[in-house]
Design a protein around this ligand. Structure first.
Ligand code: DAH
Length: 340
């Protein structure tokens, strides 16, 4: 009987605040090993005359313990529900801002696709290069003023190493690895120590093209570049080749396309000429072929280097190259039709 009273006291003093308390309560009063359960199994050993009232009390206590447990469990459960119902699950979610592809990336992909359709393969190579791949293999003579055509970022401690000034380095890397026939297109970032203006930047992108096989002619080059210009800027686009000089090609030319910003009438981008220069090109100099281990008596080829920023400006009718490097989302969002 004393035990019953003690358990009743314990029960009344037991505070249930959180779910863990409820579990402790269950173990203490309702589990098989609890004192209350032991008392229940003890009923049969109590002398007959006391058994009835003892049994009643223990059972009553058991009921009470169970009822309190059920009540507290319900209370805790409904508290959890009220808490979570303060979140309105039907409210529209805050939209995740999606980025868009950078116009320069869009353009580089597009150029690759156009050349891949006529059998070119895309390859890439390092931004940090050695003198051999930037200049020497490409027929720039030692101390030749042509090395000054491109203002190079050199590395003080290592005079042989520089940031590549053009993607023509990839012509050399490809020919060193691969035997003709070669048809590659090589996109990449290039660096020049130039002051930044609306038309020039010290970091920009180029795309090198190289085609080496037997009997490749200047006419093949012209036809390939015309195909490219029309695919990129539309059927009505016209091209013109102007004689030029590059140490690695002979003969060399620069190619202009008709300006599609002003339609030929004259504007800032075409410097009021109606034409915009987009690439340098020419027949690969035999010295370059030989430097890269290719027999110049058997093979000929053409190469070209496209300026990606200039073409992107033309295609998207933008008149300031700096916009491509500032990462102003108001500018970049305009290309969101190409969202990934
Ligand atoms: N590398 C030249 C430049 O950066 C562009 C160029 C001209 C590339 C003629 C060529 C080429 O492959 O044949 O100005």
């Amino acid at each position: 009987m004393a035990n019953i009273d003690k358990i009743r006291d314990d029960l009344e003093n037991f505070k249930i605040n959180v779910a863990e308390d409820l579990e402790r309560y269950r173990l203490h009063f309702l589990s098989k090993k609890s004192e209350l359960q032991t008392l229940l199994s003890e009923i049969k050993n109590v002398p007959v005359e006391e058994r009835k009232s003892f049994g009643q009390k223990v059972n009553e206590l058991k009921k009470r313990a169970q009822a309190y447990f059920d009540e507290q469990m319900e209370r805790l459960e409904s508290a959890v529900q009220t808490q979570s119902s303060s979140v309105d699950v039907t409210r529209p979610a805050t939209a995740l801002e999606l980025g868009s592809r950078h116009p320069i990336s869009i353009m580089m992909d597009e150029v690759c696709r156009i050349f891949e359709r006529i059998g070119f393969t895309t390859v890439s190579g390092p931004d940090i290069e050695d003198d051999w791949h930037i200049f020497t293999a490409l027929n720039f003579a030692e101390e030749h003023p042509a090395r000054d055509m491109q203002d190079t970022f050199f590395i003080d401690q290592k005079p042989d190493i520089a940031l590549r000034t053009h993607t023509s380095t990839l012509q050399v890397r490809t020919m060193e690895k691969q035997k003709p026939p070669i048809r590659v297109i090589c996109p990449g970032r290039v660096f020049r120590n130039e002051s930044i203006t609306s038309r020039a930047h010290c970091i920009f992108h180029q795309m090198e093209g190289l085609y080496i096989d037997e009997n490749v002619s200047f006419a093949d080059m012209k036809q390939t570049l015309m195909y490219f210009a029309k695919q990129m800027f539309g059927e009505n686009t016209r091209i013109r080749l102007r004689p030029s000089y590059f140490p690695f090609t002979e003969p060399s030319a620069e190619m202009d396309v008709s300006c599609n910003i002003c339609g030929g009438k004259g504007c800032a981008l075409c410097k009021h000429t109606g034409w915009v220069e987009i690439l340098g090109c020419g027949m690969v100099d035999p010295n370059v072929l030989e430097n890269c281990g290719i027999d110049s008596k058997k093979y000929t080829g053409f190469a070209f280097g496209l300026g990606i920023e200039r073409m992107t400006m033309l295609k998207y009718k933008t008149d300031d190259i700096r916009l491509y490097f500032e990462n102003d989302v108001r500018f970049l969002q305009q290309f969101s039709s190409a969202k990934i």
